[in-house]
Design a protein around this ligand. Structure first.
Ligand code: SF4
Length: 73
């Protein structure tokens, strides 16, 4: 389960986030490069979150091998 206390500092404000346990596997950034960005270490963070992206977030949350994608809702 993702840890809201360890959010990546580059996440944009909103309920969805990526935490710092990301292992840079590129799964979520391949699912949606618009929604998930990569930092200099290739760790993912949320760079856009719109209501219509909820299905993408759920898919990324289910697909992340280390459960680094989470929601505060
Ligand atoms: S799917 Fe998970 S481990 Fe892979 S890049 Fe995204 S947040 Fe990181």
């Amino acid at each position: 389960m993702a840890n809201a206390a360890k959010k990546h500092p580059k996440n944009v404000p909103g309920p969805w986030y990526v935490d710092l346990t990301c292992i840079a596997c590129d799964t979520c950034t391949d699912i949606s490069p618009e929604v998930f960005g990569r930092d200099g270490d290739r760790k993912a963070f949320v760079r856009e979150q719109r209501t219509e992206d909820a299905a993408l977030f759920l898919f990324a949350m289910e697909s992340c091998p280390v459960e680094a994608v989470g929601s505060e809702e």
